[in-house]
Write a protein that binds this ligand. Sequence first.
Ligand SMILES: Cc1ncc(COP(=O)(O)O)c(C=O)c1O
Length: 331
Amino acid sequence: MLFNPQDISRDFKPDFSFFSQHDSLTKLVQHVKYDVFNFDVLRLDLMNEFWGGNKLFKLKENIQFVLDNKLKGVVTFGGANSNHLYATAALCNQFNLPCVVLVRGEAKLRQTSTLTFMESKGATIYNLNRTDYKNKNQPEFLAYIEKLFPDFHIIPEGGNNLLGIKGCESILPGVQNNYDYILCACGTATTFTGIYNASLKNQIVIGISVLKGENRLIHDVNATLLNLHSKPYIEENRELTEEIISSTILNDYAFSGYAAFDKELIEFKNNFETETSIPLDYIYTSKLFYGASDLMRKKRISETKKVLIIHCGGLQGNADYEARYHLTDKR
Ligand SMILES: Cc1ncc(COP(=O)(O)O)c(C=O)c1O
């Protein structure tokens, strides 16, 4: 049966105190010694089983927007293992908001635990073939989605909109922010942009891109900064051996590409987890901590500097990844 948005009830149960529970993040800062390096990790992964990590931050202003404007629900996009979809379905369920997810894939989607979870949270799931999916940000396509789901709020893939950035601006003010360097992983760079906007003068924010190929993220972030008139542009880091002296997104730790299986990375993940007891995901945080260790080892981040690494969660995706590549869960 085709989903009929008109059936959706307007019976909202907003709880406006919900988001402010997460204002103080200081208790989530963990001091870590790994190898010979010392740094702090902001364990956003510990915040909540379903929408922990950066998800709450990328989604909170979006959900608030739906509640404030008495919209009917949320439509969003992602892959069948998407952490963003997982968290969006769970948060919508928490707020009694209908959630429509448009999943990249052909007519019969491979059943993943993310899809099963979203179904259990009442999300309505449709698949979008890869051609339609590529067009998902085109105005004509969005107009079509708006027509199908009137009065729904459309959240782009990965929560990548200005409300997502605004939400991520509240990460740094939640900690005692006396760091020289702040590092986070980048998929869409929404989280990076929010953190960069909230960073203090002289702080250096380094994004570790998990996407292989030409570094478009710097261009995208600068386009957003231009739009917001918020901060100076970030620059590409061309000096591969010297100390990093300004905020940037590095493309050197993407391995063979987004979510690709890589033995060296998995060895690093296992070793890091054993030494620190901090669980990592395969797609984002393994690359982030690998990159951070490499930068410290090469003294591109000097050992005298105070470093904060943001753990953005993503652990829910591990089960499907391990099943797919026949890995044993060592956690
Ligand atoms: C665990 C984790 N880290 C980092 C990111 C990257 O975030 P962004 O898309 O804001 O760059 C994601 C994706 O949302 C993620 O799930």
